[in-house]
Design a binder for this molecule. Structure first.
Ligand code: G3I
Length: 305
C-alpha cells in the first residue's frame, strides 16, 4: 500500500502518531496526519495537568478535539497517560495516602469513563522505574504514599473502568535488555502469574546516538510477548538524518514485524517542526511536511519487510 497506516494494516498492525490539538488547524499538519496514520496518541491533552487541573474539575476540550478528529476519520486512539509522576498538577502532590488513592481512582474512572469504548490501548502507568542499574521504583507521590502496590491498584481500577481497552505499562530506556527492563519484566511476569489485569507493554523507543536502537531490541520485545502480552512501540523517534536515520527506522519496523504480538508502532509526532526534541530532526516528515528518507524506509519495510 502507499501510506503508512494502510501498509501497516496489511501486516495486521496500526501505524500511529502523537498529535497536538493546537496544530490540527494547520492544513499541512492535518492533511499529513489524515493521509498517513491510522492511530493517534494525544501528546499532552490526556495528561493529568491537562484534564484535572483542580481536584474533581475535569477539562476535556482538547482531548475531545483529538478523539473526534481521529474517530470521524476512522483512526484509532491510544490513551496517554493516567498515572505518571510528570505533568501532575500541584494539588496531587499535597494529598495524604487515602486522599491520593481516592483521587487516583477518580481520575482513572473519569478519563476512561469519558472515552469508554473509544480507546484501543491506555497507558495506565507511565515511567514508574528509575534509570540505571538499581531496578528501583521512581519516587513519585504514588510510589511514596501508596507504595509498590500503586501500579497494581491502578490496573485493577482501569480494567473495571473500560473493560475493552488494552491496559499498558509504558516506559523508556526499556527497549533493550537491561536492569530497568528486567525490573519491568519481573513486575509484569508477577502480574500475569497473579492475574493482575495487564494486556500490553509499551516501549517508547526514543533513540539517539547516546541511546541507539539496541541490538537486543527484538529479543527484549519477544520475552515480554512470550508472557502472553501485546507489545507496542509507543513513542518512536530517532535523532539524525538521511540514510543512517532511515536504516535505524527500518530496523525498528522490522523488529515489530518479527514479533507477532507487536501490534503497532506510534511515532512521537507528525513533523520535525513540532518534535519535543527541539533542534533535532527525529521524525518521518521534515519541517515542510516533505517525506524524508526515513519515511520511505518505513513504508518499504512495512510493505516488504
Ligand atoms: O501548555 C503549556 C503552555 O500553556 C505554556 O505556556 C508553555 C510554557 O512552557 O508550556 C506548555 O506546556 C508544555 C507542554 O509540553 C505542551 O506544549 C510544557 O511546558 C512541556 O514541558 C510539555 O512537554 C511535553 C513533555 O512530554 C512533558 O513531559 C512534550 O510536549 C511531550 O512530547 C512529552 O512527551 C513525553 C511522553 O508524554 C512520555 N514519554 C516521554 C515523552 C517525551 O518527553
Amino acid at each position: 500500500a502507499s501510506t503508512l497506516g494502510a501498509s501497516a494494516a496489511e501486516r495486521g498492525r496500526y501505524f500511529g502518531t502523537a498529535v497536538a490539538a493546537n496544530h490540527l488547524g494547520e492544513a499541512a499538519y492535518a492533511n499529513t496526519l489524515n493521509a498517513e496514520f491510522n492511530s493517534v496518541t494525544p501528546e499532552n491533552e490526556m495528561k493529568w495537568d491537562a484534564t484535572e487541573p483542580n481536584r474533581n474539575s475535569f477539562t476535556f476540550g482538547n482531548a475531545d478535539q483529538i478523539v473526534n478528529h481521529a474517530r470521524s476519520r476512522g483512526m484509532r486512539v491510544r490513551g496517554h497517560t493516567l498515572v505518571w509522576h510528570s505533568q501532575l498538577p500541584g494539588w496531587v502532590n499535597s494529598l495524604g495516602a487515602s486522599d491520593l488513592r481516592a483521587a487516583m481512582t477518580n481520575h482513572i474512572n473519569q478519563l476512561m469513563g469519558r472515552y469508554r469504548g473509544q480507546i484501543h490501548s491506555w497507558d495506565v502507568v507511565n515511567e514508574a522505574f528509575v534509570d540505571g542499574n538499581s531496578g528501583a521504583r521512581r519516587s513519585s507521590p504514588f510510589q511514596d504514599r501508596l507504595g509498590n502496590g500503586f501500579i497494581e491498584e491502578a490496573f485493577r481500577i482501569a480494567r473495571a473502568a473500560d473493560p475493552n481497552a488494552k491496559l499498558c505499562y509504558n516506559d523508556y530506556n526499556t527497549d533493550g535488555i537491561n536492569a530497568k527492563s528486567n525490573a519491568v519484566y519481573n513486575m509484569v511476569r508477577d502480574f500475569v502469574s497473579r492475574g493482575v489485569p495487564i494486556d500490553c507493554v509499551g516501549f517508547q523507543s526514543h533513540f539517539n546516538s547516546a541511546s541507539p536502537v539496541p541490538s537486543d531490541y527484538q529479543a527484549n520485545l519477544q520475552r515480554f510477548a512470550d508472557l502472553g502480552l501485546e507489545v507496542q512501540i509507543t513513542e518512536l523517534d530517532i535523532a539524525g538524518s538521511g540514510t543512517a536515520q532511515a536504516n535505524d527506522y527500518t530496523r525498528v519496523v522490522n523488529t515489530c514485524l518479527a514479533v507477532s504480538r507487536c501490534t503497532g508502532i506510534t511515532v512521537w509526532g507528525v513533523t520535525d517542526k513540532y518534535s519535543w526534541r527541539s533542534g533535532d530532526t527525529p521524525l518521518l516528515f521534515d519541517g515542510n511536511y516533505n517525506k524524508k528518507p526515513a519515511y520511505t524506509a518505513v513504508l518499504n519495510a512495512l510493505n516488504n519487510g
